[in-house]
Design a protein around this ligand. Structure first.
Ligand code: UD1
Ligand code: CA
Length: 458
């Protein structure tokens, strides 16, 4: 995106007590991705010169999630968390020497780890607002949320700039009536950022060092603060489970639109749940009530029928899945595979045109091209201790209600009779049958009925 050089600080050290959770707040997920990862993903196209994430003590799981999303991000520790301004100071210890070494870094952009809906364009707009000539020392994101509730309020200076920010807890009733709220993200002239946060005090309702106070401090030093009014939908912070659900709803709407714009048909989009990383090809049709867990890709022309649940699956071109199918991690369906109702697939590859249409479990398996898996076939992959593989060749036919006791293989072109329990390998083109023999007793049913009737009258 060719941005001016900037360093990003993402604050994520807060305890998130309002979530009432043993998981750090920023690891709670929206569309299957941790909130902190969404924020890092929004930064990525802007290529920040440096990214520092501020974490609290004991937040190693958050650090791991960060490394997964952006291995170049650095971690600063704030211990104990004493407010958003104090968190920026904690990042300063890491960033100040880097800024000294790279004078082209003009902005420090402060973001919060609990705003998962933020988009790259909005961050760019904030930086552009600060840099618009004559450049301001600060730019803060203003927003007008439907419910201003606990957000900080922006107090105007009467000339289009911001005089100060007042936190809701510290605000007068008149200030609380102001609809323009602090969206939380801030761009600060890199030359002044750490001087300003060094001047913060904590004489407020929470006894914390509020980042928001740097606006008033900057103004008192004759510096300017610009307002960038940005979409509230992207800036809403997630502090509670209810806000998490509201963010999820917005994200789902966004992902559904993106999938449709890319050429997929969603028959009832509001009933389809996507993950942030779901990939749907062109002319994919998704029927109502389908759930895409993390890491699912669907190739062009495939159809996902109603009530299908997927996670960690690759679905090939023109495949048909469901209704009521379940694909678990490692499910790979090649071109034109059919997987039908009440079929579960885990760590199994089905070759081109293979079919498993009814009531089956295929786990830790390979199924060759064109093979037909009969209704009720089960791969018995687990003996209570270890997992074992089942390998089925191409063009094979597995009769209904077969149990394949792994480890076991069935060769190309083999036929397995219905109801078999297969415990030994079946050679290519062999016929295997492993079930009790049928015995027929002519007239016996009528005799039995007569006997039972007599007994019941006694
Ligand atoms: C903050 C703003 C408020 C704004 C709102 C927007 C302040 C003082 N208030 O309030 O004006 O309207 O966001 O969403 O800045 N954090 C730390 N260390 C700390 C405290 C917080 O890293 O000591 C992190 C949190 O993990 C979180 C972010 O900073 O990601 C914001 O903190 P939070 O407590 O959620 O602030 P709000 O009360 O929402
Ligand atoms: Ca918040």
């Amino acid at each position: 995106m060719n941005e001016p050089r900037f360093a990003a600080i993402v604050l994520a050290a807060g305890e998130g007590t309002r979530m009432r959770s043993s998981t750090p707040k920023v690891l709670h997920e929206v569309a299957g991705r941790a909130m902190i990862a969404h924020v890092l993903a929004a930064l990525r196209p802007l290529e920040p010169a440096e990214t520092v994430v501020v974490l609290g003590r004991g937040m190693e799981p958050v650090a791991r999630a960060i490394a997964g999303e952006n291995p170049a991000a650095q971690i600063a520790t704030q211990d104990p968390p004493r407010g958003t301004g104090d968190a920026v100071r904690a990042a300063g210890a890491l960033l100040a020497p880097l800024l000294a070494a790279d004078p082209e870094i003009g902005d420090i952009v402060v973001l919060f780890g609990d705003t998962p809906l933020l988009q790259p364009e909005t961050i760019s707009a904030l930086i552009a607002a600060r840099r618009r000539r004559p450049a301001a020392t600060l730019a803060v994101a203003g927003m007008r949320p439907a419910d201003p509730g606990p957000y900080g309020r922006l107090i105007g200076d009467g000339a289009g700039g911001v005089a100060r920010i007042v936190e809701a807890r510290d605000a007068t009733p008149e200030e609380l009536a102001i609809p323009l709220c602090n969206g939380g993200i801030m761009a600060i002239d890199a030359r002044h950022a750490f001087d300003l946060v060094a001047r913060l005090g904590n004489g407020n309702a929470k006894g914390e060092f509020y980042l928001t106070d740097i606006v008033g401090i900057a103004r008192s030093l004759g510096m300017s603060c610009r307002l960038a009014e940005l979409p509230a939908e992207e800036l809403v912070g997630v502090n509670t489970r209810a806000e998490l659900a509201a963010a999820e709803a917005v994200m789902q709407t966004r992902l559904r639109r993106r999938a449709m714009a890319a050429g997929a048909t969603l028959i009832a989009p509001e009933t389809v749940f996507l993950s942030a990383d779901t990939v749907l090809g062109r002319d994919v049709v998704v029927e109502p009530n389908v759930i895409f867990g993390r890491d699912v890709t669907v190739a062009d022309g495939a159809r996902i029928c109603g009530f299908t649940h997927m996670h960690g699956a690759r679905i090939g071109p023109d495949a048909i899945v469901g209704p009521f199918a379940r694909l678990r991690p490692g499910a790979v369906l090649e071109e034109r595979v059919h997987v039908g109702n009440f079929v579960e697939i885990k760590a199994a590859r089905l070759g081109v045109g293979a079919k498993a249409n009814h009531l089956s479990y295929l786990g830790d398996s390979d199924v060759g091209a064109g093979t037909n898996i009969g209704a009720g076939t089960i791969t018995c992959n687990y003996d209570g201790f270890g997992k074992y593989r089942t390998s089925i060749g191409e063009g094979a036919f597995i009769g209904s209600n077969t149990a394949l006791v792994a480890p076991v293989s069935v060769g190309d072109g083999a036929i397995v009779a219905a109801g078999s329990v297969i415990t030994r390998d079946v050679a290519a083109d062999a016929f295997a049958i492993a079930r009790g023999n049928q015995a027929d007793k002519p007239g016996r049913a009528a005799e039995m009925r007569e006997k039972l009737r007599r007994n019941s009258k006694r």
